[in-house]
Design a protein around this ligand. Structure first.
Ligand SMILES: Nc1ncnc2c1ncn2[C@@H]1O[C@H](COP(=O)(O)OP(=O)(O)OP(=O)(O)O)[C@@H](O)[C@H]1O
Ligand SMILES: [Mg+2]
Length: 508
């Protein structure tokens, strides 16, 4: 009788059940794995044989025995080494060397030659699926237990070796479910800087505050050394905390990408990604074979910072247009499509021209008009239309730069932002969105009502061509965030006027 144990395959960010069927019969020596298995799964045979031998069971090659392993469903691609443990257990069951009830358990883990278990990727996705599909237990490498235990009401058994697994399954060893303590989930980030260390630039700091509060896109322009990169690096210090639900979303992404730190398997700090301007399209938006999340997905619920913005390849920048609008990215794979979440706040920084001193009151710009035109081409058009806040970051005068430190102000700003986020959370509790930036047109209509005076102002901007239809909606969302920072139920004229001020780009 063939044996059947359960494991899982991660497709995109979600897991699917994989049935590992093993048939053992007497005949010419033979060990085969079928079911769209990649090279790493094929190599599993060698690891499984060595691991079984190490714990004194009889490995498949010992006797004249035929072993056929079928990974079902056959049309789902199986990748990686996580099937080692279920294949080993399937063989031990089918060859009657062990006995246990496999029906309500999910197994995963790579085996070392000495039978030790090595960690796998995508564990959170697998344990979420296990719970959803009604499995009772997940049995996996000990290092992965914390991550799996983020899912409640599922017994998580983290073990160190194949021997421990068989002892546990045969009832020779009792193991309690791994529990995550609530204090493990709290972490106060240790910031390396504070926004108060940045002198002057009050206007820019206010724009950062608004961007962080409502998750609005921000573009900074200024001469070299003005502090643009510094300002961007201060953003993590004012970002609101991730809720537990958001943490799980982000952790799933990092887990599947194999980027989860072993000592801290829950990401509870908003991501801040700063890819280099030589990054390829695949690195930025995701893809490859197997498809992996790109920087925009790794920045989900956090910040994607593109420094030296015009130096990025044009195609790479253009590919951001759709995900900025949709909050996700769809990647086509050989036979199907995969969607990764990508709801990030875009922060970009640029010089005004290649030499950096265009329109500078003190220094003369040395660029040719054609060079300036070339440079600015990437700063115009549809991508810029998706920016909510444009700010100039001017070079500082000595008096400001040498002024006393305003040491710690990140905490105060963060508190204000947390307040604004709380208001948004309340407002959108029935809407399946979290921030003002995510509002669709009906939601804008419902939540961004403005008075007659404000309507007149907006009419002027739109009718004179200074504001596109998209710009109009984006301004209303920013105004909503400014009102939230002010704890104001209504959007007042001053809120709208401030929001419009950050769209100066349109006036040029
Ligand atoms: N407002 C400021 N307060 C304190 N230090 C500053 C400020 N602005 C700039 N500096 C100093 O100048 C350095 C360079 O700033 P930064 O790298 O942010 O400039 P930038 O605007 O990104 O320039 P570039 O366009 O060349 O990339 C900082 O590391 C810091 O030492
Ligand atoms: Mg810089």
């Amino acid at each position: 009788m063939p044996s059947k144990v359960f494991s899982a395959a991660v497709v995109g960010l979600d897991a699917k059940i994989v049935e590992v069927e093993t048939d053992v019969s007497y005949g010419l020596r033979f060990f085969n794995i079928v079911g769209l298995a990649d090279q790493a799964v094929q190599e599993s045979k060698e690891r499984v044989e060595a691991a079984i031998k190490s714990i004194k069971f009889s490995p498949p090659h010992r006797q004249p025995i035929r072993v056929l392993v079928n990974l079902a469903p056959a049309d789902l691609k199986k990748e990686g080494s996580l099937y080692d443990l279920p294949i080993a257990l399937g063989f031990l069951l089918a060859s009657k060397q062990t006995k246990f009830e496999p029906a309500d358990k999910i197994f995963l883990g790579e085996l070392a030659l000495d039978g030790k278990l090595r960690p796998a990727k995508g564990v959170l996705s697998i344990s979420l699926m296990a719970k959803e599909k009604g499995f009772k237990e997940i049995i996996l490498p000990k290092i992965n237990a914390f991550e799996a235990a983020l899912v409640k009401d599922l017994k998580v058994v983290g073990l160190e070796s194949l021997k421990e697994v068989t002892d546990y399954l045969e009832g020779k060893k009792k193991i309690a479910s791994f529990e995550v303590k609530p204090e493990d989930l709290l972490e106060n980030p240790n910031y390396q800087m504070d926004i108060g260390w940045i002198k002057g630039q009050e206007y820019a700091k206010r724009a950062l505050e608004i961007a962080a509060a409502g998750s609005h896109n921000l573009m900074m322009e200024g001469p070299p050394g003005a502090g643009k990169t510094l300002l961007a690096k201060a953003i993590p210090t004012i970002l609101p905390k991730l809720s537990f639900g958001e943490s799980l979303e982000v952790t799933k992404i990092y887990s599947v990408s194999g980027l989860l730190p072993e000592d801290k398997p829950l990401i509870n700090i908003r991501p801040f990604r700063s890819p280099h301007h030589t990054s390829s399209e695949v690195a930025l938006i995701g893809g490859g074979n197997p498809p992996r999340p790109g920087e925009i997905t790794l920045a989900h619920r956090g910040i994607l910072f593109l420094d030296e913005f015009p130096e990025f390849h044009r195609d790479v920048l253009e590919s951001l247009r759709q995900p900025i609008e949709e909050g996700n990215i769809t990647i086509s794979r050989a036979r199907n499509f995969l969607t990764f979440p990508a709801r990030f706040t875009l922060v970009a920084a640029t010089n005004p021209c290649p030499c950096g001193f265009l329109n500078d009151p003190e220094k003369k710009c040395t660029c040719l008009p054609s060079q300036i035109a070339m440079y600015r081409r990437k700063l115009s058009g549809p991508l810029m239309d998706r920016m909510d806040l444009f700010i100039n970051v001017p070079a500082l005068k000595y008096e400001k730069l040498a002024a006393e430190d305003n040491e710690f102000s990140s905490e105060k700003i963060r508190e204000k932002i947390e307040g604004a986020r709380q208001i948004q959370k309340e407002r959108f509790k029935e809407e399946k969105i979290l921030t003002n930036s995510e509002m669709n047109i009906p939601q804008i209509k419902k939540y961004c009502k403005i008075d007659l005076k404000s309507q007149d102002l907006l009419r002027k901007y739109v009718n004179s061509g200074k504001l596109s239809a998209r710009g109009y909606h984006r301004v209303l969302k920013v105004a909503r965030t400014i009102a939230d920072l002010d704890s104001s139920a209504n959007i007042l004229f001053e809120h709208l006027a401030e929001a419009l001020m950050y769209r100066t780009k349109e006036e040029k």
